[in-house]
Design a protein around this ligand. Structure first.
Ligand code: ZN
Length: 204
């Protein structure tokens, strides 16, 4: 059995194309692409590279999934803050109007994604007022923190609609969602929320 030409200790089983000699697996792993000028054709290098890349890709996709969840929560705050603030200004606002406003924003944003052309929400009166407020919050967030893009905004409108419908079904006066919202998302709280967010990003 040959002895490794690099460490002169361990058994050498790998034909190393960088030193044209037999080396051990430990030296191969330790000195690969560092002390050894490994050619891309080396099967030991190729195998190690494939394992490393698979690991990196997994880390990246997991990190991005966490980021996607975070962006979704942040966007949901912005959308709901618009509702909360608008409801404070319009005390008789109903969950049904909130649903209609969210639907019109989702629809406008989806048409914008498909057409590439700016689209206005199709609603009237107070529902249109709330829809515009939601879009203003989205715009403010884009300027401050770079999200949400339209696909995310449409998704969040859909998710919040589900929440409104779920809570709305359980309230008798048709304002159950608005009532519960004002506890979690106080009116006029978007600036403070974004300030906290950017401060925590800066210090982390
Ligand atoms: Zn060795």
């Amino acid at each position: 059995m040959a002895i490794c030409i690099l460490c002169h200790k361990r058994k050498a089983k790998r034909q190393c194309p960088a030193v044209y000699n037999l080396i051990c697996a430990i030296c191969c792993g330790t000195h690969r692409l560092k002390r050894l000028n490994c050619p891309s054709s080396c099967p030991y290098l190729q195998q190690a590279q494939a394992i490393e890349m698979a690991q990196k890709e997994r880390e990246w996709s997991e990190k991005n999934a966490a980021r996607a969840r975070m962006e979704e929560q942040v966007t949901a705050y912005g959308v709901q803050e618009a509702v909360s603030t608008f409801a404070a200004e319009n005390p008789d606002l109903t969950d049904r109007e909130v649903l209609m406003a969210l639907s019109s924003v989702q629809d406008a944003v989806e048409r914008e994604v498909l057409s590439g052309i700016r689209q206005e929400p199709q609603a009237t009166g107070r529902v249109l007022g709330l829809a515009k407020r939601i879009l203003e919050n989205a715009q403010k967030m884009r300027q401050r923190i770079g999200i949400p893009h339209n696909v995310l905004l449409a998704r969040v409108c859909r998710l919040v609609k589900g929440r409104v419908a779920y809570i709305g079904e359980r309230s008798k006066d048709g304002r159950g969602y608005i009532r519960s919202l004002r506890i979690d998302v106080p009116p006029q709280s978007l600036d403070a929320f974004l300030n906290r967010l950017t401060a925590s990003v800066r210090t982390s």
